[in-house]
Design a protein around this ligand. Sequence first.
Ligand SMILES: [Zn+2]
Length: 270
Amino acid sequence: MRIAMRIAKVFKSKKSMAVLAAIISLSLLAASVPSFPGISAASANARAATVTKVTLAQNTVNHKTPMYIIDSGKPGPNVMIVGGVHGDETSGPLAADEIKNIRVIRGTLLVIPRANIAAVEKGTRTSSIGDLNRDFPRTKNGKAGSKTAQSIWDAIKKYEVNYLIDLHEGYNYHKIQPSSYGQTLIYYPISGARTVGQVIIDELNKGIGSPSKHFTLVKYPYEGTLARATAQHLGVIAFTLETCRKSAQSIRINNGIKATKTLLRYLDMY
Ligand SMILES: [Zn+2]
């Protein structure tokens, strides 16, 4: 404090003194709070921000897969991003690898980069458990069709997920070939879902010149899909994002990251 007094002599006005005092108290506060990107000293009253890695599907032979929990330490929405439900749709896991490095400023971000890890490792749509995206409960109190789906379902309930994006790929542009769902955001129409969905596709479409390659909002996700089950039975605002395999992998990855960041910004989390 003696140094502070000496510095204070340099400041003539009372206003400058007040500013100086604020700076000193903030730096003292910062010294006592563990540093973490995006968290300022002013949030000293909040819980500490943490990043935790847990393992899902612990009780399976070859489907154990990591989930990353990026907790801002501040109250706010809980958002889950999932990749690798279909193992041959390569951009989802790669986008999720980047997304897990995002640090949110409120709420919690949960990321499962490789939901069906055995399928991702083989590069196939399904694994020995079958199609993970038909395995989620079809009724309110129904059970999931596999331990892998059940472990994801349990995590969604445990962490009280409010918003979810499941990252997938379609083989062609939906506007060119309507039987394919490439470049769509598929939603289940619970309150607020369409509004958020429109914000996300508007942002994605800003970077796409050709209207025939634009993203469109589509309903409904099939029964048994992650987006359908969580929206219909748990009230989650949930989407299946289908990028298009006719575009480069780097573009598909970017679209997954952009969709996520747009949702996080919409929720004032990023
Ligand atoms: Zn898929």
